[in-house]
Design a binder for this molecule. Structure first.
Ligand SMILES: C[S@@+](CC[C@H](N)C(=O)[O-])C[C@H]1O[C@@H](n2cnc3c(N)ncnc32)[C@H](O)[C@@H]1O
Length: 339
């Protein structure tokens, strides 16, 4: 895939801690060596744990027209609703929402009322103007994904997440050095510029993804798998959390609270990370038609790569294996052909 095309899709993907986005080009190229791209016109692709949504957008940009995109998390489902359905975001609409003194918004609790430990008031105001805008239904996914991307940009980094604001006085924040709030404050001062660039990035991805038809799900993959009626040739991405769900619940608390328009309490899954992973991988792989291919990842969580492999081997034959280093503890990924 051309680096320019990949860069467009990476700029539009959902930033996510724990994503395997950096390996997506290599994974898709490895699959193209197993099933030549010339045969992809009747290929179906399902991503059971889409996360950043990069992998399904890459397949769509390379000509795959039948996709199913699932993730348990509303933040990824929203990204998929925009990236696989559009329409493009209207820059004039965005400019007016940001500039109008009192834009027409759906009734909502001001986001600053519950997100003020992480987002200063001006940032929340821009989020509300985009996320709660009273616009035709077709425009909502684009504006809401744009709002989410605006807010996520105030995280210290994807890995570190959001810093707590011990003050809302810009002068005091500016004097602090660790963390350094200056990039945060600079971004907050330029909403039209930052949001304008995001609009261009997101719209460019719509052109790149093209007319792919994607069935979207926002459910536990163990419940989605039985519903998928795709026939081979089929490529399935199966990449549930390897350290359990709880770390995602914590990482996603702010973004999901912004989307729910209230502060969401944390929760813990009753399953052990091992049980969580094994049940999901089993549910996905047991429903795949014979001769399809599945991409799996493991070894960086509650199970070693070899232990993960013992589960993957039950459903197919490895056609490509890649460990991230020669370290016996190293995680890795694989592409299997199902029995
Ligand atoms: C390791 S991440 C990888 C995501 C994606 N492959 C990527 O690279 O961006 C795991 C993803 O699985 C999702 N997830 C967690 N539990 C799930 C479940 N039971 N069913 C579907 N998705 C789930 C999380 O929300 C997260 O987006």
């Amino acid at each position: 895939m051309k680096a320019k095309t990949l860069a467009i899709l990476r700029r539009a993907m959902l930033p996510l801690d724990g994503t395997i986005a950096d390996w997506v080009p290599e994974i898709v190229d490895a699959y193209a060596r197993i099933v030549p791209e010339a045969r992809w016109h009747d290929l179906a692709m399902i991503d059971f744990t889409a996360g950043s949504c990069l992998m399904p957008t890459v397949f769509a940009a390379r000509g795959v027209r039948r996709l199913a995109v699932n993730d348990f998390a509303p933040r990824s489902h929203l990204a998929a609703q925009f990236l696989f359905g559009g329409p493009k975001i209207d820059p004039a609409r965005v400019a007016s929402l940001l500039a109008t003194a009192r834009p027409s918004l759906h009734p909502h609790v001001p986001t600053f009322h519950f997100a003020c430990d992480y987002l200063i008031e001006p940032v929340c105001a821009v989020f509300d103007r985009l996320y709660h805008a009273r616009v035709p239904a077709a425009e909502r996914a684009g504006l809401q994904y744009l709002a989410v991307r605006w807010a996520l940009g105030f995280a210290r980094s994807v890995e570190d997440g959001f810093e707590i604001l011990y003050s809302h006085d810009p002068a005091q924040l500016k004097r602090l050095r660790d963390p350094d709030w200056r990039p945060y404050l600079a971004r907050a001062r330029r909403p039209a510029t930052v949001v304008g660039q995001l609009v261009r990035d997101l719209n460019a991805a719509i052109d790149t993804v093209g007319p792919a038809k994607a069935k979207l799900f926002c459910a536990d993959m163990k419940d989605v798998a039985p519903q998928i009626k795709f026939k081979a040739p089929l490529f399935a991405a199966v990449n549930p959390p390897t350290r359990g769900l709880d770390e995602y619940t914590i990482d996603d608390q702010l973004v999901h609270s912004l989307m729910a328009n209230r502060w969401l309490p944390l929760s813990q899954t009753p399953e052990t990370p091992l049980a969580f992973w094994t049940r999901r991988v089993d549910a996905a792989l047991r429903h795949l038609p014979s001769g399809s291919h599945y991409m799996v990842w493991g070894g960086d969580g509650s199970m070693s790569f070899e232990a993960c492999r013992a589960v993957w081997d039950l459903y197919g034959v490895a056609r490509h294996l890649k460990r991230l280093s020669s370290d016996p503890q190293a995680p890795g990924w694989a592409i299997y052909e199902s029995h």
